[in-house]
Design a protein around this ligand. Structure first.
Ligand code: NAD
Length: 274
């Protein structure tokens, strides 16, 4: 079966490509390498059943033919940096929402059967309930979260209007090899610059749920199997853990890890919501 993965050279996308190839799929990856890295795909670039197309989703003429004959599109390409969304809301909107609209339109034209979308737990904002059920109201508190919520709505509407199957996965904070953004990555980078001092924004009490990338990929493919078995047109799942940890605890772990044992945590009020 032919499938397409957008954001294939990124953190989660490259792990998904590894898994799909190991299961016998023929995979076309699309990535503009704005954040993704060819090193993430170095084991897969030699596979006959894998092709990487370097293209920007904002320019559909460069990649739309790749959807021809594809059964499933895994749409992961996005800018996942919440801070970027706060600094550059319009640019972020185009990278996350305009790009998604192009994916949906090209999928419709090429009669793609199913779109799997990488959404985020940020669609809930500051949830009133933890663990948060999928039925919880969507009240994003970042432009990033708002683009994910809007993209979800577009996907569901395409499903109702055009009969495209859609699977929406609201990932928690995913961690593992090849990760190059988010709180843990930022803390390690700060400690590499100054091993004696780790500054954290906010009061450190913000809670985060973490999941290893291999579990996230397994959950994604299990949810896809379920969509096929149940015959539903649109499904939405949280993909995360029921437990959580605070930003301060994460900072303490980073400071205790090898090489950074001298690290002192300094709290600095500021924007840190995700
Ligand atoms: P990542 O930045 O590692 O991967 C995103 C990939 O998309 C990169 O390779 C980048 O080059 C590519 N890309 C971005 N814009 C593009 C464009 N216009 N055209 C083509 N390629 C483009 O991020 P990730 O952590 O692998 O996240 C993958 C998806 O999962 C994203 O949609 C993200 O919002 C979502 N998500 C991630 C997490 C997490 O903790 N990592 C949590 C929730 C949701």
């Amino acid at each position: 079966m032919k499938v397409v993965v957008t954001g294939a050279a990124g953190f989660i996308g490259s792990h998904l490509v590894d898994k799909l190839l190991s299961q016998g799929y023929t995979v076309t990856g699309i990535d503009n390498l704005s954040a993704g890295r060819l090193e993430n795909l170095e084991e897969t670039l030699g596979y006959e059943s894998f092709k990487l197309v370097r293209a920007d989703l904002l320019d559909p003429s460069a990649w739309s033919n790749e959807f021809r004959g594809a059964e499933i599109v895994f749409h992961l390409a996005a800018n996942p940096e919440v801070r970027h969304s706060v600094r550059e809301p319009l640019e972020h909107y185009h990278q996350n929402l305009t790009a998604t609209m192009h994916v949906l339109e090209v999928a419709r034209r090429h009669r793609v059967n199913t779109i799997v979308y990488a959404s985020s737990s940020t669609v809930y904002g500051d949830p009133e309930q933890i663990p948060t059920p999928e039925s919880h109201p969507l009240k994003p508190i970042s432009i990033y979260g708002a683009t994910k919520a809007a993209a979800e709505s577009l996907l569901e509407t395409y499903s109702r209007l055009y009969g495209i199957k859609t699977l929406i996965l609201r990932y928690a904070n995913i961690v593992g090899p090849r990760l190059r953004h988010g709180v843990i990555y930022d803390f390690i980078m700060k400690l590499l610059r100054d091993p004696a001092r780790l500054e954290i924004l906010g009061d450190g009490s913000q809670r985060k749920s973490y999941l290893h990338v291999s579990d996230a990929i397994n959950a994604t493919l299990a949810a896809l199997d379920n969509l096929i078995v149940t015959g539903e047109y649109s499904e939405t799942y949280n993909v995360g853990n029921e437990d959580w940890t605070t930003v301060r605890e994460i900072a303490e772990h980073c400071c205790k890890s090898d090489g950074f044992r001298r690290g002192q945590i300094h709290i600095q009020a500021g924007y840190s919501r995700r």
